[in-house]
Write a protein that binds this ligand. Structure first.
Ligand code: GLN
Length: 536
């Protein structure tokens, strides 16, 4: 009952395999199939948690506390399902497991090699996500990187073997490539695609579909040319056009009947797709709406992907609120150079996102002060909460040297300190407070108004935390602790009562936002932003 749809990429990286895989998952799900998506990443890091966002974009966190590739965020948003640790597997994790087995003596007597030991481990990881469900289950496997990379060879070999292992009609291979458009001559070039398919064939992989990413439409003759050179039927050459919004891609693929064609190859009965709600939502998204301007004050501003889930969560909430958000990224470090008011005065709302280390924190604190004093709607996320606490401690409670021990390990006023039990941890990888934790929400607060529930779950990723010794000082000056983790008593949500909307959370609500299920905190933040701008 399990079928596999394997997606490889060629020609260039960042060709959009992640959004493509997610879109395909969305279509299969709309046809009533059970779907899961697994990302196989060729790098040697055991997970994405130790990587700088500048290199790899944001680290996405799953319910079960895995620190994963950002593509898992696309998958969750498009298929509207929570994924888990097994849905992201890196080469580091594979090699780690193989070396561990070798030390244990599992391969005693054998020379441990890429084939079969590493490839068997990869296939084992694929089987982990493929456990049989009640209805037909499709496992989409996206292989990170580009064909031709040394690192991804063991993954490609494993999926070559997979086709034989699972038997005929159970695995379909899609190759996503770029068909560049040369602007001066107006020509589209298929040669890189031909070369990429040749590379694939040289390692024994034969694609069933070519997914051609293009900026302009492909003519019939161009499609026929790709089909001829790549040895697929013309109706198996699918256009993957640059679109205004990523959420349009499932509809674009549906028009070309891609999901249906794959289902036929896999001998799965084709049921009608239930994509009406998605289509209506995309229409709402594209509709012209009143514009509000929100500043995202962070330190990884040059790279859009560093704040991907926040950007998407704002987008989802904006559709619900009937506004269009001009989300401007503001460099927290630069903020200290000029007068804060001048830079921020055109904003209708401010978000301070998560982050690590001391760089930029004073700029964030400056922005938070501006939001608090100027009554500008404010949403703080993780480090944003810690910054809000520091700002309040310093400027309202008069605790002048208030700091986080992450910024100053020897601060005399550690308002943000290390989580209990973190002091002795020496290893950086996988040791933060990460994943879903409970939070009790206090009635009568802005947080309660947003959630409408006394008990919620949210995803975390942090090492530092509000120092509860300072809570009496903070609350006696008007800070409201509106969310607390039961049991540990850790502060999860804070807010201000005498402000139109000033709220910060220790967790990352952005990870749980979905197109048609926008996150309540982002929705209420945008409602406050709209109200401040006079949009009802
Ligand atoms: N650096 C802070 C901590 O580790 C905040 C982390 C974050 O924003 N994700 O606690």
């Amino acid at each position: 009952m399990v079928s596999y749809v394997v997606i490889t990429g060629g020609v260039v990286s960042s060709v959009g395999k992640g959004i493509f895989s997610a879109s395909l998952g969305c279509l299969f799900k709309s046809r009533g199939l059970q779907v899961t998506i697994q990302k196989l990443d060729p790098y040697i890091n055991v997970d994405a948690g130790t990587m700088n966002p500048y290199q790899h974009g944001e680290v996405f966190v799953t319910e079960d506390g895995a620190e994963t590739d950002l593509d898992l965020g696309h998958y969750e948003r498009f298929i509207d399902e929570n994924l888990a640790r097994e849905n992201n597997c890196t080469m580091g994790k594979i090699y780690g497991a193989v070396v561990e087995r070798e030390r244990r003596g599992d391969y005693l007597g054998d020379t441990v090699r890429v084939i079969p030991h590493v490839t068997d481990e990869i296939k084992g990881q694929i089987r982990n996500v493929a456990s049989d469900g009640e209805s037909h289950r499709i496992v989409i496997i996206e292989i990170g990187g580009t064909v031709g990379d040394i690192e991804s060879l063991p993954f490609l070999e494993a999926i070559r073997q997979l086709k034989k292992d699972v038997g005929p009609g159970r695995a379909v291979y899609l190759h996503v490539t770029l068909v560049p458009h040369l602007v001066p001559s107006g020509e589209l070039k298929t040669k890189p695609t031909q070369h990429s398919v040749r590379d694939l064939r040289s390692i024994g992989l034969v694609p069933d579909f070519i997914i051609a990413r293009t900026s302009v439409p492909l003519s019939t003759s161009m499609i026929e040319k790709i089909a001829l050179y790549c040895d697929v039927e013309p109706d198996h050459v699918i256009q993957n056009r640059d679109l205004e919004h990523i959420y349009e891609l499932p509809l674009h693929l549906l028009e070309q009947k891609l999901d249906e064609r794959i289902m036929r190859l896999l001998n799965i009965p084709v049921t009608p797709p239930a994509m009406d709600e998605w289509r209506d939502w995309v229409m709402e998204l594209k509709k012209e709406k009143p514009v509000v301007k929100v500043g995202l004050v962070g330190k990884y501003v040059e790279l859009r992907d560093a704040y991907l889930s926040i950007i998407e969560a704002v987008r989802h909430a904006s559709v619900k609120c009937g506004v269009s958000v001009n989300l401007v990224r503001i460099d927290a470090e630069n903020l200290l150079m000029g007068p804060v008011e001048e830079i921020l005065s055109t904003l209708d709302g401010i978000i301070v996102p998560g982050g690590f280390g001391g760089r930029g924190i004073e700029g964030k604190i400056g922005a938070i002060r501006y939001a608090r004093e100027g009554k500008v709607p404010f949403l703080g996320l993780c480090y944003g909460l810690q910054g809000a606490i520091l700002e309040f401690a310093r400027n309202v409670c008069g605790l002048e040297g208030a700091n986080s021990v992450e910024v100053d390990a020897h601060t005399s006023c550690p308002v943000i300190h290390q989580l209990p039990g973190q002091e002795d941890i020496k290893e950086k990888g996988g040791t933060m407070r990460v994943g879903s934790y409970l939070c009790e929400v206090k009635e009568g607060t802005k947080a309660y108004a947003a959630y409408g529930a006394p008990l919620i779950h949210e995803r975390h990723r942090h090492r530092y935390e509000v120092n509860n010794e300072y809570i009496p000082a903070l609350t006696s000056h008007g800070l409201v602790v509106s969310g607390v983790n039961p049991g540990s008593g850790l502060v999860e949500i804070i807010e201000l009562a005498d402000h139109p909307w000033f709220l910060a959370c220790q967790f990352h609500p952005e990870f749980k936002s979905r197109p048609m299920k926008p996150h309540p905190l982002f929705v209420d933040f945008l409602k406050a932003v709209s109200a401040a701008k006079g949009i009802s």
